[in-house]
Design a protein around this ligand. Structure first.
Ligand SMILES: [Zn+2]
Length: 369
């Protein structure tokens, strides 16, 4: 089990920030929409980096890392959505270790600890504040690329639902459903036989420590995500969704995710649709393909239903996630190419709960089409 060493959750938790910084030299990595916001008040003496775009092009980050290194921050404070948090994790990597980032693509290639990151998410979904992964885009690669390492887990996660109160409905919906996918995929991930004499993989499959987190995440997200989307000012709903997202992040940060994510990367690249829209759309179809029906039913129990897949279809409909791949512009003739690209995500497929053959992926894709 890997989690951030410190996790603070609750309305007002952001007030811990000055204490946690404790007089150290700070680089703040923040989403541009936050500039001028009172949330940045504790960072008035910090150097601020805010060139954050959803795609996170690697060239921009390599340059930001170089500038940051010259400034030599003692701590990096990240405030924003998943992209801002991922950017901060990678800038922290480049402050401590030589670039470019491309040398760290993949798993376990970061050579040692990085400058500590304090992560404060303004969206509820990615779980990046507690996970060992950051996802970026590289113009030389067709799909987004991940850098995963236990050294990228932030030192502190501060999850204050107040920061999510302003998120627009579509952001709340797509980030929130992605959190539910993280809960479902961590709960259904394969159990791996680990070789204790070798370095461990970053993502190790489900275990007794992650399972309760996945279920508890589902219990918070299931009833409350539709409320948070339809009534953005509902504080209880924001709190429940933020908590579900955090717990799901703590679970999948150890277990990893599997088929929805492996299939979303090519679909997202092809259709330019948000990550959570794709993973959410795929979830009912992936769950249908899992042979262990009892496990799928146990996940439904946490959601408060005896029809797991039906309930997820309902949640998708309630929050505006499209029901089929054809609706988001995928053509049937593109399904084989999507399957082939997904087969390249070998680390995700390694923890899938069913042998991920090309035929199986095509079956899931046809079902979703
Ligand atoms: Zn995801």
């Amino acid at each position: 089990m890997r989690v951030a060493p410190r996790v603070h959750f609750g309305f007002g938790a952001r007030a811990q920030l000055p204490t946690l910084i404790g007089g150290r030299r700070v680089l703040a990595v923040v989403d541009p929409f936050l500039l001028g916001s009172p949330f940045l008040e504790p960072l008035r003496d910090a150097r601020v980096y805010s060139d954050i775009t959803p795609e996170l092009p690697v060239g921009t980050l390599d340059a930001a890392g170089e500038t940051a290194r010259a400034y030599a921050p003692e701590v990096i404070v990240a405030i924003g959505g998943g992209s801002a948090l991922d950017a901060a994790k990678l800038i922290a990597l480049l402050v401590t270790h030589d670039g470019p980032l491309s040398r760290y693509y993949g798993e376990n290639l970061v050579p040692g600890p990085v400058v500590p990151v304090i992560a404060m998410p303004t969206t509820a979904g990615t779980g990046s504040e507690v996970t060992p992964v950051a996802v970026i885009s590289d113009p030389d690669r067709e799909l987004k690329v991940g850098i995963s390492s236990p050294y990228l887990v932030p030192a502190v996660a501060i999850v204050d639902p107040e920061l999510t109160m302003g998120a627009p409905a579509t952001v709340t919906a797509y980030a929130g459903i992605d959190a539910l996918v993280h809960a479902a995929e961590s709960f259904t991930a394969r159990r791996l036989d680990l070789d204790w004499s070798a370095p461990l993989p970053v993502f190790t499959g489900r275990n007794a420590l992650t399972e309760p987190l996945s279920l508890r995440a589902a219990a918070h997200l299931g009833p409350w995500l539709p409320v948070a989307v339809h009534d953005p000012a509902d504080r209880r709903a924001r709190q429940e969704v933020a908590k579900g997202s955090l717990l799901a992040g703590m679970a999948f940060g150890s277990t990893g995710t599997h088929l929805c994510h492996a299939l979303q990367y090519p679909i997202g690249a092809l259709t330019k649709t948000p990550h959570g829209l794709g993973t959410g759309l795929l979830l009912p179809h992936v769950l249908r393909a899992i042979p262990d029906k009892e496990r799928v039913a146990a996940f439904g129990e946490a959601l408060g239903t005896d029809d797991t897949i039906g309930r997820i279809v309902e949640i998708n409909r309630a929050i505006g996630v499209p029901a089929s791949l054809s609706e988001i512009g995928v053509r049937r003739s593109q399904l084989p190419r999507i399957a082939d690209l997904a087969l390249g995500s070998t680390r995700l497929l390694a923890i899938a709960p069913v042998t991920p053959t090309r035929d199986l992926l095509l079956e899931i894709l046809s079902d979703a089409f």
